[in-house]
Write a protein that binds this ligand. Sequence first.
Ligand code: PMP
Ligand code: GLN
Length: 384
Amino acid sequence: LAQRLQGFGTTVFAEMSALAVATGSVNLGQGFPDTPGPAEVLDVARAAIGTELDQYPPGPGLPVLREAVAAHVQRFRGLAHDPATEVLVTAGATEALAGALLGLLDPGDEVVVFEPLYDSYAACISMAGGVVVPVPLRPPPPGEPGRWTFDPAELRAAVGPRTKLVLLNTPHNPTGKVFDRAELELVAEVVREHDLVALTDEVYEHLVFTGAEHVSLAELPGMRERTLVVSSGGKTFSTTGWKVGWVCGPAELVTCVRTAKQFLTYVNAGPFQPAIAAGLGLPDAFFARVAADLEHQRDLLVAGLAEAGLLVTIPEATYFATVRVDGDGLAFCRELPHRVGVVAVPMSAFYLPQHAELGRDLVRFAFCKRPEVLAEAVRRLTAA
Ligand code: PMP
Ligand code: GLN
């Protein structure tokens, strides 16, 4: 294995999903929903198969999807983008992030990122020859209300002469944190002051619960022209297996991503693109209902975890709730399927190896499952 991939092994999501199958457990590990997406989306994909959309689409994505992304960003974020030059379709958010890192980083360039961090970030930064500079997010006392927070001084201290990018994820996986406007302003200040580029992963933009509001970093003053915003249809439309994502931003930054993307996947699956375009055009009420349904599922799981005696932090968004366990989270997760019949993932997977201790006793449970599935998981957890 190449040096740049040393230490990245098999992702914990794959290990835990395999364990779920092997033990017949309820899989609350990897975040994917267990209900189909809206018919308005699925029907378009079905109808597109067997047409000319089965052949290579244009490299930057089908115009219908690029236009739908631009209209959606205008509707929800109030930002205008030229679909021809400022929107790029990618193989999920994952490729948008990889393409941005490969297209922007030179060897030795530093990327400032909050830790815990989504697992593909460190691997892609390494593949691009970059260096991760983590800034800690700190949890509220477990079992008590509160949000994960960061120290602005630590953010400032992370920036140095080699910093090229700040990589932000809001709403945040795995903590369920939504960065509020004041926190985003602290990030934006650092980016502007040091003339950096911001890369922001907003795949959970619509999965936000009562009391929290998603704001894009690109909405802040002076940020539209230096920010690449990444999102995906996977979470919003319950189509995580389709891998339709995109990136928006100023043309010169999007061109950097596009240059890399040409040689990663070249183009993305044709029939799914008009389908996600149809989804992005659904009325506001659709997006509100997605969030409301998921909030109900969050409430079921959070109550159940608490009933099972676990110390849970209530997430403001995303698919995930985190708990603090006695002892080692990885050992807990490896044992739980055998002991109880439920799968979760250890939060240590979201920390750099040298910081694994920080996430050692934290475990993440996904609640993007039907209420009866969550009830069964809770029944198993409380019976144990
Ligand atoms: N970023 C974050 C924070 C995620 O949680 C995920 C999905 N697990 C992704 C990116 C990847 O999204 P996609 O499936 O669209 O590539
Ligand atoms: N984003 C999902 C999660 O965090 C899926 C991760 C993955 O399969 N790489 O669970």
